[in-house]
Write a protein that binds this ligand. Structure first.
Ligand SMILES: *[C@@H]1O[C@H](CO)[C@@H](O)[C@H](O)[C@H]1NC(C)=O
Ligand SMILES: *[C@@H]1O[C@H](CO)[C@@H](O)[C@H](O)[C@H]1NC(C)=O
Ligand SMILES: *[C@@H]1O[C@H](CO)[C@@H](O)[C@H](O)[C@H]1NC(C)=O
Length: 790
């Protein structure tokens, strides 16, 4: 979403009179104040119109309404700040609300105040992703949408949320990596589908609890790096990387998550602005993936493609190109200003405008916005008492506990003991922070527990910030910090980053701790009487090799941005009332990695001929500080393979375009592409090829704990990719001394396939190697030529 300085989207969004009335009412009226958006039963003129009748099928209602609108009225509905149509009893609507990890007031659709002073603020997404717990992701979505509905009923929020952000965390410097579920496409796809399900609900009949939106489509993961900004960046992306990396989470979001919206990004992909590319929008999202919902632009990105990228010579052409490409809604005023002229000049047909409106209005109808009185509808009873409930806040704490990652634990120095560690020196610029813990795209939290407060529940604390902020420009306070460490039984340093270092429109230039932080850590560790624990708060990875290699630093914990209850969760882990189980959702590279890799190079795969090392654990094989999937526990787990298929038969009916002649070319070995590189996957026929792998997990230690099984697969040698790829994961709780069997579902077509140079997904025939920790297993994949012959 935009904080674009030269485009003033806030200025055209006059806070509607209606909203002001509602806010006044929430402050001064006792009753909740949302009046019907449309189809008010008290409005005798409109309540009987066909589009107002819930018993009529939605598509009929949608086209009935569109048929009543004038061109001017239609055009004012193409923007986030959609105008009212008073003669049809329809109020204005602000489409832009955000709920990345809690109801957020980053968009103009949400206002805190009155009866709604805050909302449950969950950990930032990168932390939540580290839990590798799909049911947690969905549970968070359910809580967030309960609170969103409650705030909607109270007139303080919309029903259309432009969350989640599912771009691949491609480069460790990206300022918005914190918002994403990490670097792996399968992980990001599962996160997208589950969080969206939680938000949108699973009600029958196409109804939506709230409408989610997967953004920013596609290949958007550079904000502002060495003078290259997202408004001008042309991402040069191969068809292969697009199909097996960048688009994977979006496809999962639409196909599995059934999301109600996708947002196109600011950047260009291969010379075309994403919001004006019919191949990306109309053909792919709507055509191939079957989006049932609307496509929205990033904020002002239609303006950006005209003003900044000079993609068309007139603004009318820009408007026409985006609508024709499949854009349905513009965040920003551009389409409201220029579409009428574009229609009059014949650049775009009114029918195209109608189709765009059909997509947005359908979503509004699925949300119940045309069904009259909100209080009489599903979720109509949710109100202020359903926000920040103890249960919701407990889930925020639980999410932080599940997401925090123990990266190092020398000689089992953690957990600390309340008996032996009675006094703790709590040091560092992030040791007593609140809003830092919720990261960006946050709202107003229900309340906070800082690390200092959390630790204070277990032990006496001596607090020293060490530096006045994370920039840590001077070392004047280091002496006092060392003195504190000398007096205490153990030392906890809470260091890292915040939004002044990594943020929207702010990519990092390096991976080291900012300013003098490293010096503070080293000096305090040297002065410390007891064990020294380094706790890192950050969205992106930090090169902390110095600490990893310093024998005086006993343990390293990554908390990400752990949300409103982050301090409690950190303390619970430090003192062992919670056994850590999080795993890193991204690679932690050494600083010299970024010196070799321009952020503008979108290639995932290594290119040794130019010294390009490739990106993420899937393609990069150089040294790391901590690797994808890393994360320790206070107990010990062993894994053994209980059952896994040795052979998989791919029915030839699942091969696209299979005919007897392709069969004969396979038989006659005339088509080497097919033989060596595999058969093309036709996904619709491939749904039955689900393989179950059973693994026994034994907790051989003395503490109950959760273990995350990560299953990687490597295709047969000779296929295009020699690299391993995450194909499934499962999290399991195992009591000390006991054993659990875990089934991991692997989808042959989705997970054992690889993408060729043309972006086509194929299943290579031959031995696929599965790897689960130390366990290795081969699956031989063959097609069933025999069966076809009979
Ligand atoms: C393919 O060829 C076999 C015989 O070789 C024949 O029986 C079968 O009907 C053919 N299938 C199609 C779809 O043409
Ligand atoms: C072999 O298969 C590839 C990919 O399906 C196709 O492009 C090519 O034309 C085929 N070649 C022959 C000789 O059939
Ligand atoms: C996953 O999260 C849910 C919700 O917090 C929790 O009930 C469940 O125990 C978690 N699963 C594991 C294996 O920890």
């Amino acid at each position: 979403m935009a904080y674009n300085n030269n485009n003033k989207h806030h200025s055209y969004t006059p806070f509607s009179l209606l909203s002001i009335v509602i806010i006044l009412c929430v402050s001064f009226c006792v009753i909740e104040a949302r009046s019907p958006f449309a189809c008010d039963p008290k409005n005798g003129l409109t309540r009987s119109l066909k589009f107002c009748r819930p018993s009529v099928p939605i598509h009929v209602r949608v086209w009935d309404l569109i048929g009543r609108l004038t061109l001017q009225e239609k055009i004012r509905l193409l923007v986030n700040n959609a105008a009212a149509v008073p003669r049809l009893g329809i109020q204005g609507y602000e489409w832009w609300s955000e709920a990345l990890h809690g109801v957020s007031n980053v968009g103009p659709g949400v206002k805190f105040g009155g009866a709604f002073r805050g909302a449950t603020s969950f950990p930032q997404v990168i932390t939540t992703a580290a839990s590798f717990n799909e049911s947690l992701w969905e549970a968070i979505g359910r809580v967030v949408s309960d609170e969103a509905r409650a705030m909607y009923n109270g007139g303080q929020a919309g029903l259309t949320y432009w969350s989640p952000n599912v771009n691949i965390f491609r480069d460790p410097r990206w300022g918005r990596g914190q918002e994403t579920p990490g670097e792996d496409p399968v992980l990001a796809g599962k996160y997208a589908a589950r969080y969206v399900r939680g938000l949108q609900g699973t009600a029958a009949g196409n109804r939506l609890k709230v409408a989610a939106c997967c953004k920013h489509y596609t290949a958007y993961d550079l904000d502002n790096w060495k003078g290259v900004d997202r408004f001008h960046f042309n991402a040069r992306v191969s068809q292969q990387d697009l199909a097996d990396t960048y688009n994977v989470p979006f496809k999962a979001c639409v196909v599995q998550g059934k999301v109600a919206s996708v947002m196109c990004s600011y950047n260009q992909v291969n010379g075309k602005p994403t919001c004006a590319d019919p191949d990306l929008l109309k053909n792919t999202i709507r055509g191939k993936w079957g989006l049932n919902g609307y496509i929205v632009s990033d904020c002002d990105s239609v303006g950006v493609l005209f003003d900044n990228q000079h993609y068309t010579s007139t603004p009318e052409e820009a408007a026409a190109d985006t609508i024709k490409a499949g854009l349905d809604l513009n965040c920003g005023p551009f389409l409201a200003i220029h579409t009428e002229q574009a229609v009059r000049r014949g650049l775009v047909r009114e029918a195209d405008v109608n189709n765009a409106l059909a997509n947005t209005i359908t979503v509004q109808m699925r949300l119940g916005m045309f069904d009259g009185e909100p209080s009489a509808q599903p979720y109509g009873n949710l109100g202020p008492r359903d926000v920040c409930t103890p249960t919701h806040q407990q889930l925020a704490l639980e999410a932080a506990r599940q997401g925090i990652v123990l990266l190092q634990n020398r000689k089992s120095s953690l957990p600390l003991s309340t008996r032996r560690h009675r006094t703790i020196a709590v040091i560092g610029p992030n040791s007593d922070v609140t809003v830092t813990m919720i990261g960006n795209y946050a709202g107003v939290a229900c309340g906070y527990t800082s690390p200092l407060q959390g630790i204070g529940r277990y032990a006496k604390t001596i607090h020293q910030a060490g530096c006045s902020g994370v920039a840590c420009n001077g070392n004047q306070q280091f002496g006092a910090a060392e003195a504190a460490a000398r007096q205490a039984d153990a030392t906890v340093l809470v260091m890292g980053l915040d939004q002044s270092i990594e943020a929207e429109f702010k990519d990092r230039v390096g991976l080291l701790l900012p300013g003098h932080q490293q010096e503070l850590v080293t000096r305090v560790a040297r002065a410390s009487r007891g064990p020294t624990v380094l706790v890192l708060m950050s969205g992106g990875p930090i090169d902390v090799s110095f600490a990893k290699n310093d024998p005086r630093i006993s343990a390293i914990l990554w908390a990400g941005y752990p949300g409103q209850a982050g301090g409690t969760a950190i303390a619970d882990i430090l003192f062992g009332t919670t056994n850590p189980g999080g795993k890193l959702p991204m690679t932690w590279y050494p600083q010299n990695y970024v010196e070799k890799v321009p952020m503008t190079n979108m290639n995932m795969r290594a290119n040794p001929s130019i010294g390009y090392p490739g990106r993420t654990y899937r393609f990069y094989e150089g040294p790391v500080v901590f690797s994808f999937g890393q994360g320790l526990s206070y107990t010990k787990f062993t894994q053994s393979l209980a059952q896994a298929p040795k052979d998989v038969l791919i029915p030839l009916s699942s091969i696209r375009g299979f005919t007897n002649s392709t069969l004969s070319s396979i038989r006659g070995f005339t088509n080497s592409t097919m033989l060596t590189n595999g058969v093309r996957v036709k996904h619709k026929k491939c749904t039955t090829l689900s393989l179950g792998v059973d693994i026994d997990v034994q907790n051989t230690g003395t503490m109950d704990g959760t273990h995350t099984l990560l299953v990687f697969s490597t295709p047969p040698s000779g296929a295009w990719s020699k690299n391993k790829q995450l194909v499934g994961f499962e999290k399991v709780h195992v009591a000390a001394g006991s054993k659990q069997r875990v089934r991991i579902g692997i989808h042959a077509c989705k997970h054992l396939s690889v993408v060729d140079n043309f972006g086509i997904r194929r299943i290579p025939m031959g031995k696929h190697k599965l790897q689960i920790g130390d366990l290795k297993h081969s699956i031989s994949v063959q097609s069933n030529l025999q069966e076809i012959k009979t």
